[in-house]
Design a protein around this ligand. Structure first.
Ligand code: NAD
Ligand code: WQD
Length: 350
């Protein structure tokens, strides 16, 4: 990572109350940035703002609004002079996007277009966007590389990311003043080491690690392993799991890169290392100190055997590399899961 920008740099973080956004706000504040959050709290709890402030020992400004409410967004931009935007806000559940495609296209695309229009009118042309490895679909060879990939998502959620990437590339081509990083995250997991913020999905978790954490904490009976007949070393799916604090730091590296480079660049954020479902369960057992029951079930539709990143571009352009290994990811996740289980009043999600 290069030298940090000066403390006057003011960053608008859309979706800053969410899982990745809240960790990124903490990292930004700790690095001396000024932060304003926009969030509609459709998938976050207002108490997260107090947690962010308490961890970072400072105060973020908050605008509770939906990005599609352009008049409210314009007022937010009128009140402030932002230097850059990190755009996390969006819906992200793959299965839900198949059931409710219009909601996903409406929220993710219309929200983004409203944001870009207000940014353009305000002369704010530096943007870091949350894309996803899901844009690589199943037709590209692993490890997934940014160069030469044919974007072929296999669900509406993934298409919203691929479409927004295209909109951003077209925008950068139309006006050479834009600086845009399209960050393709692999599998973000874990939590801030303080155990106060982390991933707390409503209802039954869709993703592996929150589910394993629930089982470890005694909130669910066993983990269902979706298939053990893949062509992988132990037959279970292999993914590139990334500590959310490493991911947060990747956003600061991207902000700094975008300060000095115009155009639109797609960049993978992953570790380049793949772990299987069973390896995750066993690493988590070490972190929590007891066995985690599991049962193998049929494959989940749409899943692939392998997904992991070619990380060379992130290292070359951003000088960023994930630092935290699997044991640390599981320990930090477990600390947060224990707090969550102990504090059902605050997070009464199940
Ligand atoms: P999250 O749901 O925890 O955070 C998203 C935040 O955006 C929430 O706080 C939600 O309330 C807010 N939001 C949603 N729509 C909004 C709107 N129209 N206006 C204002 N606020 C709105 O999700 P996350 O895991 O932190 O993901 C952040 C971003 O990263 C998303 O765009 C997601 O698609 C992308 N991403 C996530 C993962 C992952 O595994 N978590 C992987 C790849 C990409
Ligand atoms: C990981 C592995 C499952 C749950 C998803 C999105 C992707 C991105 C990250 C946003 C797979 C297996 C899972 C369970 C299991 N999000 N599994 N039992 O599918 O790699 O990626 O999140 O952009 O777009 O698709 O993550 O955590 O759901 O699954 O066996 O209860 O764990 O089959 O091999 P995935 P995941």
């Amino acid at each position: 990572m290069g030298d940090c920008e000066n403390s006057a740099t003011h960053v608008l973080v859309t979706g800053g109350a969410g899982y990745i956004g809240s960790h990124t706000c903490v990292s930004l504040l700790e690095a001396g940035y000024r932060v304003t959050i926009v969030d509609n709290f459709s998938n976050a709890k207002p108490s997260v703002i107090d947690d962010i402030n308490s961890i970072a020992g400072t105060n973020v400004a908050l605008y509770t609004l939906d990005l599609r409410d352009k008049a409210a967004l314009e007022r937010c931009f009128d009140d402030n002079k932002f230097d850059a935007v990190i755009h996390f806000a969006g819906l992200k559940a793959v299965g839900e996007s198949v059931a409710k495609p219009l909601e996903y296209y409406d929220n993710n695309l219309i929200g983004t277009i409203a944001l870009l229009d207000v940014m353009k009118r305000s002369g704010v042309k530096r943007l870091v966007f949350s894309s996803s490895a899901t844009v690589y679909g199943v037709r590209n060879p692993v490890p997934f590389s940014e160069e030469g990939a044919e974007l072929s998502p296999i669900n509406p959620y993934g298409w919203t990311k691929a479409m927004i990437e295209q909109i951003l590339r077209d925008l950068a081509a139309s006006d050479p003043e834009w600086s845009i990083c399209l960050l393709r995250y692999f599998n973000p997991i874990s939590a801030h080491p303080g155990g106060r913020i982390g991933e707390a999905p409503d209802g039954v978790p869709n993703n592996l690690v929150p589910y394993v954490a629930d089982v470890a904490a005694g909130r669910r009976e066993k983990v269902y392993v979706f298939g053990d007949d893949y062509d992988t070393p132990d037959g279970t799916g292999v993914r590139d799991y990334l500590h959310v604090v490493d991911l947060a730091e990747g956003h600061i590296a991207a902000l700094e890169y975008a300060r000095e480079h115009t155009g639109a660049e797609a960049i993978n954020l992953g570790t380049g290392v793949g772990y299987s479902v069973l390896e995750i369960i066993h690493a988590y057992e070490k972190a929590c100190g007891h066995a985690i029951p599991y049962q193998v079930t049929p494959r989940r539709p749409g899943d692939s055997a392998f997904c992991y990143a070619d990380t060379a571009k992130a290292q070359r352009l951003l000088g960023w590399k994930a630092k935290r290994g699997l044991a640390e990811m599981c320990e930090d996740s477990w600390r947060f899961a224990k707090n969550l289980a102990a504090n059902t009043k605050l997070y009464n999600n199940t």
